[in-house]
Design a binder for this molecule. Structure first.
Ligand code: ADE
Length: 246
């Protein structure tokens, strides 16, 4: 997977990404990061990349030309036009299924805005996806781009040590994950649930599934509407008092 990030703060992207799991995947060559400084493509002698908005109003707007030149440089050796994600609070809200879809791509381009916005004409020309990370406004697109890149990276085969762990986790089947326990067997007077100490794999799996269902019902009941539920699951949810099943 090749990530290309068009940004005014390439160091923020490099430092944010080159740590922990994603840093190891960069070192292994499973991921590549191309953080492109839009300012390098300014033809202005003061390296300006923004100007006042036509029509007046507060703040500055990023100019189209430096972004167009940076983009052309990024795509010049690609065989097909990549997906270009403009990170903006006006976009579709990012979720796990979008991460799964994006993880199939060979190249992803992220465009990070700053100031009041980006000239609409360059967005119309290059952007394929408008994506937000939630209904709040940040100072720029770098943190949202890093959030999305992290979520996509861990779905790239080999990036996680244990491939299983990307599969059986929160949002698998649209359910939240069951709780986890490790040593010691007793902590502050609380024991690890006996079933986990039993060594009985069938009972452990059943307990974990029920915990997933219970936790999803308590914390994110909205997810149950689209969860992949078996008839056993539905029976258990009814026992918990959930009534919204067909
Ligand atoms: N830029 C500023 N706020 C944002 C958000 N919530 N999501 C994506 N990009 C943004």
């Amino acid at each position: 997977m090749n990530f290309h990030v068009l940004t005014l703060f390439p160091e923020m992207i490099r430092q944010g990404f080159d740590t922990s799991v994603t840093g190891r995947a960069l070192a292994n060559g499973l991921l590549h990061l191309n953080a492109v400084d839009i300012r390098d493509y300014s033809r202005d002698k003061h390296k300006h990349v923004d100007d006042y908005p036509y029509g007046g109003g507060a703040g500055m707007v990023m100019q189209p030309e430096p972004i167009a030149l940076a983009y052309e440089d990024v795509v010049k050796d690609m065989e097909k036009c990549p997906r270009v994600i403009y990170v903006t609070p006006q976009g579709r809200v990012f979720n796990q299924s979008m991460a799964e879809e994006l993880a199939k791509e060979e190249d992803l381009v992220f465009l990070c805005g700053h100031y009041e916005g980006v000239d609409e004409r360059i967005l119309e020309e290059i952007v394929t996806d408008y994506v937000s990370i939630g209904d709040y406004v940040l100072t720029g697109g770098e943190l949202p781009a890093l959030v999305m890149m992290d979520a996509v990276s861990r779905l790239v085969p080999g990036v996680l040590n244990n491939e299983d762990s990307a599969e059986f986790e929160s949002f698998h089947d649209n359910l939240l994950e069951h709780p986890h326990y490790t040593r010691p067997v007793e902590f502050n007077g609380k024991r690890v649930p006996e079933v986990l100490l039993s060594g009985h794999h069938g009972n452990i799996e059943k307990w974990r599934r029920e915990q997933s269902l219970k936790r999803t019902l308590e914390r994110r009941p909205d997810l149950l509407e689209t969860a992949a539920l078996t008839s056993e699951d539905k029976k258990y949810l009814r026992e918990l008092g959930y009534t919204c099943l067909e």
